[in-house]
Design a protein. Structure first.
Length: 637
């Protein structure tokens, strides 16, 4: 059922495209415009012919003169070169096309556009030279009643086109300007759109897979091929050689079409693809060599044309074959690629069968339409694919957020359980620890049976008991800190320093220590929990009071520097040995001088609170000179 549905989808696309080409054939085709038509070297024009929406295309009635014929009737587009089917005659050389404009009506200023004259040309009207050059040509003149002889002389030495192959258009300057404006716009769009998509896929070339890379290359080839229009329009340097770059771009485009079809079919390997790929690479080389041999060998242009037609058919058959192999694959990339490649292949075939029967007025040739549709199909595919990837990423992100939230809740619950466990342990161990301390004191006091050996054991037991009591006290302090749940508030630095002075200067006076607080010149604000700030400065200042002798001093100061707040706590106490400084913020670390009284948690708690506020703390100290702690906090502006 999937295979039948896929075939039906491809068939519907091709039918719609065939209908579209039929509409183009009758609405945008120079060869389907109404009369007047030229005959026997004369075309009769009336005033109403110059007032219609489409120009008059000078297709029929021309008289051709070259090295082999004189005044031979022909129509523009009948022959692509001067060989006219005779392989013994050179396709290049000089030629003259003549048509008499027989006008019946009021005098009108008109223009004649000569498109894609990719060789040297000269345009004469009534034996007066009006234009000379290479590329697109245009003349403007006053069309008066009577006969006017229009003659175009061409001289070609390169390429597979020679003579005048694309019909000129005659009308008022306004009509021709409107037609040219539409053509310029659509070709500019057809050139810029693929380049934009190619640039977009550059970001996906490393991670997007082979389809993205080949699509980007296809867009570049199509843009290079469409650039030929502007090369002819502006007669750019090297325009006579541009057909080589144009051919290379077209061959690259065909190769990308088949390559994308192979990738979309899901079977890029196999001997068949290796042979097809070899042909697709070697065949263009043969065609390019034939292009270069056309000026030397007269038969080269004939074989170039026939091999090009065969190359069209081979490309279409290759794309159709590989598309049919993976037709059951209904992925977005597969369906879009196979649809686009079928469209392009049909464009090649239609262009082959409508040779010399179709030439667009305002828009594109059939295979150019198909190339643009192919680029558009892939562009839509890229957009839909990007949207799908974004939706998948959003779903993954939302799922990840849910997982993180769930894990965070689990970790938070685990931490709360651990805190409760340590709190219970600290509470339950207090009784046996203090009971053991009481038993040791009772044994010492009784003195019964206490000899020197037992005295040593009691000293060791008492030391271990004191260490356990100190650890329990530390656990109690940490648990008390964790139980603080108040919301952080905006705190003024000046007010905080004033409260510190009010809280500790009295106790400092009792100890005969000078206590100073220095306010900053300007106020600053930090966001914190007031109770934790109290614990922070309580630990620092009590440590300073313990270390500072009588008549010493303690100084607390604050300052503002841009978006930072700095608070210093400095004392003139005993100082900390240099070898102990790296460890003072570690949990349960006690210096040598405080081994009998310290818990090893004061500075650890200070460091934890400072880090929680997004700040840092540093220390300077020297034995006998004092200690200075410097804290840096982010300012809450």
């Amino acid at each position: 059922m999937k295979r039948q549905g896929a075939w039906l989808q491809q068939l519907v696309v091709l039918i719609l495209l065939a209908v579209f080409f039929c509409l183009l054939f009758y609405t945008d085709n120079k060869y389907q415009t109404p009369p007047p038509y030229g005959k026997s070297g004369v075309i009769t024009l009336r005033e109403k012919d110059l007032e219609r929406q489409n120009p008059v295309f000078l297709i029929d009635g021309w008289l051709l003169t070259d090295e082999n014929v004189k005044n031979q009737p022909t129509y523009i587009g009948e022959f692509s070169n001067l060989q006219r089917g005779d392989l013994s005659v050179s396709p290049h050389g000089q030629a003259s096309y003549q048509l008499t404009l027989r006008y019946e009506g009021e005098p009108r200023i008109v223009s004649v556009d000569f498109p894609q004259l990719s060789f040297q040309y000269a345009i004469f009207l009534d034996e007066e030279l009006f234009a000379r050059g290479m590329g697109n040509g245009r003349i403007t003149f006053l069309l008066e009643p009577g006969d006017h002889v229009l003659r175009v002389e061409t001289s070609s030495k390169l390429g597979y086109y020679s003579g005048m192959y694309f019909p000129p258009a005659l009308s008022t300057a306004e009509t021709l300007l409107q037609v040219a404006g539409i053509r310029n716009f659509v070709y500019a769009l057809a050139f810029l759109l693929p380049l934009t998509l190619a640039a977009f896929t550059l970001f996906l070339w490393q991670t997007g897979g082979s389809i993205n890379r080949w699509f980007g290359l296809l867009c570049c080839c199509y843009a290079l091929y469409m650039f030929r229009y502007f090369v002819q329009l502006f007669a750019m340097p090297g325009a006579q050689y541009w057909f080589l770059a144009q051919n290379l771009a077209f061959y690259g485009l065909c190769f990308c079409v088949v390559q994308l079809t192979v990738l979309a079919s899901g079977s890029p390997g196999g001997k068949i693809w290796k042979w097809v790929r070899m042909v697709l690479l070697i065949w263009p080389l043969i065609l390019l060599i034939l292009c270069l041999l056309i000026p030397v060998f007269s038969w080269a242009v004939f074989f170039h044309g026939k091999l090009t037609d065969i190359y069209y058919v081979f490309t279409f058959c290759g794309a159709a074959f590989f598309a049919s192999r993976g037709i059951a694959d209904q992925s977005l990339e597969s369906c879009a690629t196979k649809t686009g490649c079928s469209v392009f292949g049909m464009g090649l075939i239609v262009n082959l069968f409508f040779s010399n029967l179709f030439e667009p007025i305002r828009f594109f040739w059939q295979f150019e339409w198909c190339g643009l549709l192919l680029v558009a199909v892939f562009g839509v595919m890229m957009v839909l694919r990007s949207r799908r990837v974004l939706r998948e990423n959003d779903a993954l992100t939302n799922h990840l957020e849910e997982q993180v939230k769930m894990r965070t809740e689990e970790v938070t619950q685990l931490l709360e359980e651990r805190k409760a466990f340590f709190s219970d342990v600290a509470h339950d161990l207090k009784a046996p620890v203090f009971a053991t301390q009481s038993f040791i004191k009772a044994i010492r006091k009784s003195g019964m049976g206490v000899d020197m050996e037992l005295q040593g054991y009691l000293d060791q037991a008492e030391a271990k008991q004191w260490e356990m009591a100190r650890r329990l006290q530390g656990l109690s302090e940490i648990n008390a800190l964790d139980r603080i749940k108040e919301e952080p508030v905006r705190i003024s630095l000046k007010e905080m320093l004033s409260e510190i002075y009010a809280a500790y200067h009295g106790e400092a006076e009792v100890r005969s220590v000078y206590f100073f607080v220095e306010q900053p010149k300007q106020d600053g604000f930090l966001k914190a929990q007031p109770e934790k700030l109290n614990i922070l400065f309580e630990n620092l200042i009590y440590n300073a009071l313990k270390a500072t002798p009588r008549e010493g001093n303690i100084r607390v100061s604050g300052r503002i520097d841009r978006d930072k707040i700095y608070v210093d706590v400095e004392d003139s106490g005993c100082g900390i040995p240099e070898e102990e400084l790296p460890f003072i913020f570690q949990r349960f670390y006690v210096g040598e001088k405080n081994r009998d009284t310290g818990t090893g948690l004061g500075l650890y708690i200070v460091h934890s609170i400072v880090a929680e506020l997004g700040g840092t703390i540093g220390v300077w100290s020297a034995v006998g000179e004092g200690t200075k702690f410097t804290m840096e906090f982010p300012q809450n502006i």
